[in-house]
Design a protein around this ligand. Sequence first.
Ligand SMILES: Cc1cc2nc3c(=O)[nH]c(=O)nc-3n(C[C@H](O)[C@H](O)[C@H](O)COP(=O)(O)O)c2cc1C
Length: 193
Amino acid sequence: MRPPRILTFAGSIRTGSYSASLAALAAKELALLECEPVLISLADYPMPIYDGDHEAAEGPPEAARLLREQLLSADGVFIATPEYNAAVPPLLKNAIDWTSRVKGEGDPFRKPVFCIGSTSPGALGGYRASMMLRQVLALGLGALVLAEQAMVAGASQAFAENGDLKDERAQERLRGTLRALIEQAALRAGLRV
Ligand SMILES: Cc1cc2nc3c(=O)[nH]c(=O)nc-3n(C[C@H](O)[C@H](O)[C@H](O)COP(=O)(O)O)c2cc1C
């Protein structure tokens, strides 16, 4: 039986991004578990800001089609979001919005199991953005979003040079969350009996 495919990406493409660090750490941890991790960057999926006129004239951008394919080929998805003004950043929301507009076979938001990570240099660890992302995915798009999630507060000091979290208990909590994602993704995909 094949291992579950787990897609991971961040809601920031900034150089030195903390959420990109969390996505990379998740992919590194996933590689040690029984799954096939796939780490992508939204930098490779550039999309204009959603505009209904653009959509009517040209349809969704090619990057949205490609991101849809990535989601559809995944059994689980880990998204690490930053927090902008208590919300999900426009880069991530825009990518989700465009991807939701691509028509085709299968539903990229209902097929895989989603798991949320969030980061912030502040004390709340992007908690408010994580709640908004949960709303968008679950209420907006009908996704199954795991109750377990990973939050990294004080992000500017949280990562060691090798990319791990300095706080071992936080790293162990991340591992537990990723194990839950693999388990639920495998169950949903019929890869576990
Ligand atoms: C427009 C804007 C709004 C922000 N609002 C918040 C916020 O509401 N809460 C928070 O914890 N950090 C906020 N920040 C700080 C971000 O958490 C910080 O810039 C972080 O490094 C962005 O994520 P990244 O490192 O993955 O790029 C904001 C940053 C920007 C640019």
